[in-house]
Design a protein around this ligand. Sequence first.
Ligand code: ZN
Ligand code: ZN
Length: 104
Amino acid sequence: MFCPKCGSVLLPKKEGSRKSLVCSCGYKSSNVEKTKITETVTKKEKEVEVIEKKVNILPKTKVKCEKCGHKTAFFWTVQTRAGDEPETKFLKCEKCGHIWRDYD
Ligand SMILES: [Zn+2]
Ligand SMILES: [Zn+2]
C-alpha cells in the first residue's frame, strides 16, 4: 500500500480495535480489513485450483461407478487418524465426478 498523496509506503498502525495505515505526511487510511478479506479470497481460489490439478494427475483404477456405470475412476488414500487405523481409499468417477469411499 502506498500513500495516494505523496507516494511513500504506508505503515500499519493500531488504534484500539481498529487498524489503519498511516503515512509520515499525515495521510491516514482505514481500509486494512478490506485488503485482508481480498487476500483470503484469492488464497482460497488458489487452493481449489491446486486440488483440481491434483485430481487430474491421480492414478486411475478399473472400478464401476455406482451412479453412472462408468468403469474407470481416480483413486487416492487418506489417513483418517493417527496411524492406528488403516488408510481410507476414496474413488472419484472419471466420467460423472461421483466420489465414494472404498471399503475393502
Ligand atoms: Zn504521504
Ligand atoms: Zn460416474
